[in-house]
Ligand binder design. Structure first.
Ligand SMILES: [Zn+2]
Length: 205
């Protein structure tokens, strides 16, 4: 008995005094909070998708209407200077003629994603669409600076037969230069592109 009294008394437990009664509501509140965050995040996502698309859609629609009517020059005139400085009207006509040959006419589209960025007062919107053409499906990404299209990229299995005339690498977009060898794709002779187009039409993979 006397020996036991020499030992320091046991330290009181340092756990916060939290009964199981109070921890359950904490967990419930935690879950509710997390759920609310998820709901808000989803709401914000669809809100941004809706708001962004509401802004981008009329621009893209007006452009696609002109393209599907074959009014390439008018469509070109609606584009952002960043595009028209990089791609000449002649090249643009080539691209659109090529796209129409390979995809057929444009039919419909639906939004898949949107990304809006404002830097120094300039808003850049990147809208991704699933597009339906006469001959099949494509994914198109339109980049708008302000309310003008500054870039577009179209990818489709129907376009994967395109090859660089210099190095033969498959081309998936319609840039001015080959992404593989860096040579300009602009100087493709007309006769060659015609024979390529007829090849694509006659070939079965
Ligand atoms: Zn190349």
């Amino acid at each position: 008995m006397a020996n036991e009294q020499n030992f320091p008394p046991p330290l009181p437990p340092t756990f916060p005094r939290q009964s199981s009664k109070s921890s359950v509501p904490v967990i419930v509140l935690g879950c509710a909070g997390a759920l609310l965050v998820v709901i808000l995040a989803c709401g914000a996502f669809f809100g941004i998708l809706y708001a962004g698309n509401k802004k981008a859609d009329p621009v893209v629609d007006a452009y696609l209407t002109l393209i599907s009517q074959g009014k390439f020059d008018e469509a070109y005139a609606t584009l952002h200077p960043k595009f028209t400085e990089a791609v000449s009207l002649e090249k643009f006509r080539q691209i659109q003629t090529g796209l129409t040959e390979m995809l057929g006419s444009y039919q419909s589209k639906s939004i898949r994603g949107i990304n809006i960025n404002t830097l120094n007062g300039v808003t850049t919107t990147v809208a991704t669409y699933a597009m339906t053409f006469e001959k099949g499906q494509a994914t198109a990404v339109f980049t708008l600076i302000g309310d003008k299209i500054a870039r577009f990229d179209i990818d489709s299995p129907l376009l994967r037969d395109r090859k660089c005339p210099h190095c033969g690498v498959a081309l998936t977009d319609f840039g001015n230069f080959c992404p593989n060898c860096g040579k300009p794709l602009q100087e493709q002779p007309k006769a060659e592109s015609e024979s390529q187009a007829s090849q694509i039409n006659n070939d079965s993979p």
